[in-house]
Ligand binder design. Sequence first.
Ligand SMILES: *Cc1c(COP(=O)(O)O)cnc(C)c1O
Length: 369
Amino acid sequence: MKVPVADLVGQNSQIKFEINEAIQNQLNSGVFIGGPSVTSFESEFAEFIGVKNCIGTGNGTDALEIAIESLGLKADSEILVPAMSFIATAEAVSRSGHRIRFVDVDLFMNIDVEKLESSIGAETAAIIVVHLYGQAAEMSRILEIAKRFNLYVIEDCAQAAGTKYKGSSVGSIGDIAAFSFYPGKNLGAIGDAGAITTNSDTLARKSRMIANHGRETKYDHIFEGRNSRLDSIQAAVLSVKLKHIGIWLQRRQEIAAKYRKAFQENSQFVPLPILDEDQHTFHQFVGECNERGRVIQALEKAGVGTSVNYPKAIPMLDAYKDKFTDDCKDFHAVYMSHRILSIPVHEMLTNENVEYVIAQMNKIESDFK
Ligand SMILES: *Cc1c(COP(=O)(O)O)cnc(C)c1O
């Protein structure tokens, strides 16, 4: 049996007629930038997240960068960034003219609240929180610290559309948030797409202007912005998919619960701890391996796809050679980068697929003894 780690063709063909209709309508309308499909998706997504404002952008990286820029921080301010994430989280800080300070992650692989305070310096202006793998970071304590030190909180929700924290959706908790609709994300477009969400009307207005050449009307440019808008076709497709996301996320949770139960005794693949199973959206299902290479090989031979998110902690990337400080070497993020493994958890898996992955993984457990 083949069990791929993602199945975008399957997901799209399941709702092919709705998607085709949305695309056809968009072609017939002759509107390709902005217009009703973008406005509708923005208000639907804001409602889904439970936040006042949503601004579509070209992709998730731009969303992060624009969100940071909208805060109007002093040039070269320091922003705290978790050491385990996709590079975009850090890139957005440098690209918007600020300095990165890496903070280690905790057992949940999210920014370590215990290490947050000691990382704050005189020039620290904001914290970027990543809800990695679809699991919310410890927002209550992060907000409390941010308030005490007068810092902005930016949420990187790229992997966490639909994730909740104490009942609120991520993306509605910090000052401003960025989402990615990269095809493989929980809510994926059929190309690049992203969004910013915020309860602040001021930050929303500023972000929207930055993303659209610093203007609100056609030729009145109030400041220099850039071009990062959500395509009309992507917006139309996203509106279709948003109707199904509830069922898809529920399916991910169902599969994750099965895995957690099945791998309780497995010493070769130990699932990462989870804060709250009902609020986690399992963009990835991640476990810790002693012998990751062997596990990957055995699964591959059995037809089960895997991925590693991510094989290098951000401070270890060549791109950040100059920002690497000696303490980074001892980061939990670095240790875990050699041990983590993601297995298939997407909504297109059948019960047979899930049982097969479980059987193969538990066979590894007995084979390796
Ligand atoms: C995917 C991702 C991004 C970037 O999103 P794009 O739409 O690919 O630009 C940023 N942060 C994290 C954590 C991501 O997983």
